[in-house]
Ligand binder design. Structure first.
Ligand SMILES: C[S@@+](CC[C@H](N)C(=O)[O-])C[C@H]1O[C@@H](n2cnc3c(N)ncnc32)[C@H](O)[C@@H]1O
Length: 298
């Protein structure tokens, strides 16, 4: 199942876990370098630290939905009293658990299963969902993708304390990359840019099944969060991506960031930054490739 979420397949993860239990985690990691380099990048994702700044003032309990290989949960365990990591893919849950054990992290609890069906005893101060919301219609087998995302967010909202935060990392439906040829989650170009009904028909016509992995525009996410009971919704542009964020720039500061903060490392970056610093922040924000979105429980 997880191959469709852009992660390694269950067979690979199963073999990896077996090897890690037998020979130790670091041995298994050094062996898998060639087979699946993307795995190692995500497993050892140092840039995921950038997410810690968002929800951790006096953060006692934090939930990570869709923990994948556990990189963010491990970081959260450094600064929170208790981390609950959930993944519907039991191999991801097993790997995260093994990793927490290996690193001696006693404050990490891992649960395998669909977070849409889980109620936790205590409420959380924050819930993280990085690269997950778009897949909710798939993992919950929903007929109405947007409604399944709204219901899911409402459920997450219920698990938070008053004032608790949700932190979401996700693609922008109208991100500039899609106008430059990047494909949508279903492997087709342009479906995210089309009206949903048309995208659905086209996706079926191209043999990809119904169109269900929904991303949204800034306005679309704002409405979705507000309808799910969140307020004070703030948007950041993670650069370069929500998965590997070196900078988290508030959308309204994007122009300032490119004119006054960003230090280009080469000529190409310098030309890009110069160009971006001439454009208004609202424009840069509208076409930002990805968003990190933070909302507060009402
Ligand atoms: C694209 S991966 C992202 C993993 C990780 N957050 C990362 O950034 O590397 C999406 C993850 O969400 C999990 N997932 C999807 N739907 C879920 C659900 N309803 N409940 C729990 N986990 C879910 C998938 O199994 C997968 O591990």
């Amino acid at each position: 199942m997880s191959e469709r979420y852009g992660l390694a397949g269950k067979d690979f993860l199963g073999d990896f876990i077996e090897k890690a239990r037998r020979d130790g985690l670091s041995e298994a990691l050094s062996d898998c370098r060639k087979e699946f380099p993307g795995f190692l990048n995500r497993f050892n994702n140092g840039l995921i630290d950038s997410y810690l700044a968002f929800a951790v003032d006096d953060c006692d309990r934090v939930l990570e939905v869709g923990c994948g290989y556990g990189a963010l949960s491990m970081k959260l365990s450094d600064i929170c009293d208790r981390v609950t990591a959930v993944d519907v893919n039991e191999k991801c849950a097993e790997l995260t658990e093994l990793r927490a054990e290996d690193e001696g992290r006693e404050n990490v609890e891992v649960v395998a299963g669909n977070a849409a069906e889980m109620d936790f005893d205590d409420n959380f101060d924050a819930a993280y969902m990085v690269g997950v919301l778009e897949w909710i219609p798939v993992s919950t087998n929903s007929e109405d993708p947007r409604e399944s995302q709204r219901e899911f967010l409402e459920h997450v909202n219920d698990q938070l304390d008053e004032g608790g935060k949700v932190v979401i990392g996700i693609e922008n439906r109208f991100g500039a990359q899609y106008f430059l040829g990047w494909k949508d989650h279903n492997g087709l170009w342009g479906t995210n840019l089309l009206p949903r009904k048309l995208a659905n028909a086209y996706s079926k016509l191209r043999g990809k099944g119904g169109y269900e992995v929904y991303t949204h525009s800034r306005k679309g996410y704002e409405e979705l969060l507000e309808e799910s009971g969140f307020e004070n919704v703030k948007f950041y542009a993670p650069l370069r991506s929500y998965r590997f964020p070196r900078f988290m720039v508030p959308l309204e500061k994007l122009r300032y960031f490119f004119s006054n903060v960003f230090v280009p490392e080469n000529r190409k970056q310098g030309v890009g930054a110069k160009m971006f610093s001439l454009l208004p922040s609202w424009f840069l924000g509208f076409f930002a490739p990805h968003y990190v979105i933070v909302g507060e429980r009402q």
